[in-house]
Design a protein around this ligand. Structure first.
Ligand SMILES: *[C@@H]1O[C@H](CO)[C@@H](O)[C@H](O)[C@H]1NC(C)=O
Ligand SMILES: *[C@@H]1O[C@H](CO)[C@@H](O)[C@H](O)[C@H]1NC(C)=O
Ligand SMILES: *[C@@H]1O[C@H](CO)[C@@H](O)[C@H](O)[C@H]1NC(C)=O
Ligand SMILES: *[C@@H]1O[C@H](CO)[C@@H](O)[C@H](O)[C@H]1NC(C)=O
Ligand SMILES: *[C@@H]1O[C@H](CO)[C@@H](O)[C@H](O)[C@H]1NC(C)=O
Length: 389
C-alpha cells in the first residue's frame, strides 16, 4: 500500500525542496484487522490510580500542592506486552475519551486491554480529576468549546463545510444535535482549558515526564492538542518513549489554519520550547527559524509554512518511531501533510497513515468514538507489534 506523494509548487523562493517519499505500510495486514474488529464488550481489568508531578507552593491560603496529574492504570488479567500505552487527550477532553464511547460501546482502552496491553489514562494538569489548587491567571482565564464549535469542527462538519473534506463525514454515531443522547453525553464531557497554552503545556509535559520516570518505557498515543504535549514528552524523555502514535496532532507548523488564522506553535510543532539542532531559543533570538511558504497545487490541501533548508533537526524525536494518523473528513485532512512534511524535514522517523488510503472512509477528528472505532484501532495495534521492539 503506497501513500501518494503530495505535489507542491514552491512560492517564489527556491531555497527548499521537500522530499515526501512514498511510505510503505509493510506492517498492514487486512486479515488481522478483520479478526480484531469484533470487540463488543468491556473487558475485565484491574484498576488503580495515583498522582504524578506537581509541586508544593506557598499560596494565598497557605501551602498547597499544584500541577499534579491524576493517572488511572488499567491492567488486563494477562499482560502480553513489555511496554504499556500512555494516552494523551486533546483540547477540552479528559481521560473518559478512551473509555466507552458516548453511545456506550467499547472504547479504545478496552480494545487494548483485550489485546494484553497495560493502559494509563490521565486527566491533564488542571483538568478533570487533576485539581486547580491555586488562584492564578491560568486558573481564571479559561476557554471552553461552545456548542457550535463542537458541531462544526468535531462531529458534524458535513453540515457547515468549513474545510473541503468535511462533506465526507459519515461516521459520527447519532444526529449530533442537542437532545440526541449520544450528542448530549459527548458535549457534557467537554471541559475547560487554560487560554495561555505556553506555560500550561510545560506543566503537562513535566507531569507526563514524571509519569514515565515512575512507570518506565512506554508507547504514547496522543490526540490533537495532546500531539504537541507528546512531542514535548518525547523530547524530555527520549529514552523512555518507545514510540508515539499521534492521532491528528495539533498543527500545522507555525500557524493556525481552518479554525483560526495567524501565528501559533512558535517552535514549529510545539508552543513549549523543544530541542533543535542547532539549538533554538526564541527568547534569545525570535528569528531563529527561517521559514518558507510552500504552496499546494491542490486547493483541497493547505499551503504550509516550512523551514528553509538546511532545516534544523529534532534530534530527540529521531530516537523512536512515530506514526501519524489522519482521517478522511477531519479538518486535519486539510493540513496534516504540513505537519508530516515538517517532521520528515526535521529528520524524524515518521510514517503517515491516512485512513482513506486503506479504504476506511468518513471519519472526523474523534475517530476513537465514532461508529467504526473498532475497525480503526487494530491498525494502531498492528503498527505497535511490528515497530516497537
Ligand atoms: C502561497 O500561498 C499564500 C497563502 O497561503 C499566498 O499568500 C501566496 O501568494 C501564495 N504564493 C504563490 C506563489 O501562489
Ligand atoms: C527519500 O528517498 C531517497 C532515496 O531513497 C533518500 O535519499 C532520501 O533521503 C529520502 N528522503 C526522505 C525525506 O526521507
Ligand atoms: C507564605 O506566604 C505567607 C503569606 O502569603 C507569608 O506570610 C509567609 O511568610 C510565606 N512563607 C514562606 C516560607 O515563604
Ligand atoms: C485571557 O486571555 C486572553 C487571550 O490571551 C486575553 O486577551 C485576555 O486579556 C485574558 N484575560 C484575563 C482576565 O487575563
Ligand atoms: C533562552 O534565552 C533567554 C534569554 O537570553 C535565557 O534567559 C534563557 O535561559 C534561555 N533558555 C535556555 C533554555 O537556554
Amino acid at each position: 500500500m503506497l501513500f501518494l506523494p503530495l505535489l507542491y509548487v514552491l512560492a517564489q523562493y527556491t531555497a527548499v525542496v521537500i522530499a515526501i517519499n512514498a511510505s510503505s505500510l509493510s506492517w498492514y495486514d487486512p486479515q488481522l484487522s478483520a479478526l480484531h474488529a469484533t470487540l463488543k464488550e468491556e473487558v475485565f481489568a484491574r484498576r488503580s490510580y495515583f498522582y504524578v508531578g506537581g509541586k508544593y507552593i506557598n499560596g494565598t491560603s497557605g501551602w498547597v500542592i499544584t500541577d499534579q496529574m491524576y493517572v488511572e492504570k488499567l491492567e488486563p488479567q494477562v499482560v502480553l506486552h513489555k511496554y504499556p500505552l500512555v494516552f494523551i487527550t486533546g483540547g477540552f477532553q479528559i481521560a473518559t475519551n478512551w473509555l466507552n464511547t458516548p453511545d456506550d460501546r467499547a472504547g479504545w482502552a478496552s480494545y487494548f486491554l483485550s489485546q494484553g496491553y497495560v493502559v494509563y489514562l490521565a486527566d491533564h494538569v488542571k483538568r478533570g480529576r487533576s485539581p486547580w489548587a491555586m488562584a492564578s491567571s491560568a486558573l481564571l482565564n479559561t476557554t471552553f468549546t461552545d456548542l457550535a464549535f463542537v458541531q462544526d469542527y468535531f462531529i458534524a462538519g458535513q453540515r457547515t463545510k468549513l474545510w473541503p473534506q468535511a462533506v465526507l463525514h459519515t461516521q459520527w454515531p447519532g444526529t449530533a444535535e442537542v437532545g440526541d443522547p449520544t450528542f448530549d453525553q459527548f458535549y457534557a464531557s467537554q471541559i475547560q482549558t487554560p487560554v495561555d497554552d505556553g506555560p500550561y503545556s510545560q506543566t503537562i509535559i513535566d507531569a507526563y515526564s514524571a509519569l514515565l520516570d515512575k512507570i518506565g518505557a512506554s508507547v504514547l498515543v496522543s490526540h490533537s492538542q495532546g500531539g504537541p504535549y507528546g512531542w514535548g514528552i518525547g523530547d524530555s524523555r527520549p529514552n523512555l518513549v518507545k514510540a508515539i502514535i499521534a492521532l491528528e496532532p495539533e498543527g500545522p507548523p507555525f500557524e493556525n489554519q481552518v479554525q483560526k488564522t495567524g501565528p501559533a506553535r512558535p517552535y514549529g510543532i510545539t508552543t513549549a520550547p523543544i530541542t533543535y539542532s542547532p539549538a533554538v531559543n526564541l527568547t534569545a533570538d525570535p528569528n531563529a527559524f527561517t521559514k518558507v511558504r510552500v504552496n499546494s497545487t491542490d486547493p483541497d490541501f493547505a499551503n504550509c509554512l516550512m523551514q528553509a533548508e538546511p532545516a534544523k533537526q529534532l534530534p530527540n524525536l529521531q530516537k523512536f518511531p512515530i506514526l501519524m494518523l489522519t482521517t478522511e473528513a477531519s479538518y486535519h485532512a486539510f493540513y496534516d501533510h504540513c505537519t508530516y512534511s515538517y517532521l520528515v524535514q526535521a529528520g524524524v522517523n515518521v510514517e503517515w497513515l491516512q485512513l482513506k488510503d486503506i479504504g476506511i472512509h468518513g471519519n472526523a477528528h474523534f475517530v476513537f468514538m465514532e461508529k467504526n472505532n473498532m475497525e480503526v484501532v487494530p491498525l494502531l495495534d498492528m503498527w505497535i507489534r511490528a515497530t516497537v521492539k
